[in-house]
Design a protein around this ligand. Structure first.
Ligand SMILES: Cc1cc2nc3c(=O)[nH]c(=O)nc-3n(C[C@H](O)[C@H](O)[C@H](O)COP(=O)(O)O)c2cc1C
Length: 209
């Protein structure tokens, strides 16, 4: 986990678990530090235990490790948008997350597949934090290109690419904007902006506030 005085550690208004405060999404990855299969399997084990509608578990992951298959890694990297490629190329692991579009039980459309996969990835990111690993998710990639190079079958759709690895030196980032962002504290809406009591818009607060 990052040191407590790291600028990315959440300045939480309410007491939350350290893993939640310390999770953040870097762009700078250490290209020299690979991630072992055993460590990656622990991340997917965390994803495995996520809740899902009808316990359908509609998420699927294709893991591409630079140190195991440079060709596969380069093919997947080529699907990234140029901006994402500019930093993600240093990450030792890329993971393509996909969803099953229909329910296994009925073969009807599963409108909750995205929701479920998001929960699985959220657990994965928290487990990564516990292991000293970092994850940055990306929507900016060519989905059809990724489908082709990862051989994602019909009935499944790629949804997000993840860069996984150990945090690196922000000064290695090629973009000025990204170097600044890498050191800028994370900002969030206040809890009072999105949690209401009884009716929408009615502030939810501590009794003793
Ligand atoms: C579904 C999703 C798509 C994202 N796509 C990108 C992306 O294409 N490029 C990028 O640099 N970051 C991307 N991000 C990272 C977000 O910008 C980041 O999570 C957000 O700014 C909050 O920062 P934090 O994760 O450090 O708290 C994405 C995150 C999610 C969850």
């Amino acid at each position: 986990m990052p040191k407590s005085d790291h600028p990315k550690v959440a300045a939480a208004d309410h007491d939350v678990h350290e893993l939640i405060r310390h999770r953040w999404s870097p762009r700078a990855f250490d290209p020299a530090r690979t991630v072992s299969r055993a460590d990656l399997l622990r991340l997917f084990e965390a994803a495995r235990w996520a809740p899902s509608s009808f316990n359908e578990q509609p998420w699927r992951f294709v893991v591409v490790m630079r140190d195991q298959s440079l060709a596969a890694w380069e093919a997947v990297t080529a699907s990234l948008s140029p901006t994402n490629r500019s930093w993600a190329a240093a990450a030792p692991v890329l993971v393509l997350a996909s969803i099953r579009l229909t329910l296994e039980r009925t073969e009807q459309a599963n409108p909750l597949a995205w929701y479920d996969a998001g929960q699985a990835v959220a657990l994965l990111t928290v487990q990564a934090t516990a292991q000293g690993l970092f994850v940055r998710q990306m929507e900016g990639f060519d989905h059809e290109h990724a489908r082709r190079v990862c051989d994602v079958p019909e009935g499944f759709d790629p949804i997000v690419m993840m860069a996984i690895g150990y945090a690196g030196d922000p000064d290695t980032l090629s973009s000025d904007k990204h170097r600044v962002a890498e050191r800028t504290p994370r900002r969030r809406r206040a809890v009072g902006d999105f949690v209401f009591e009884n009716t929408w818009g009615r502030l939810y607060q501590r009794e003793d506030a």
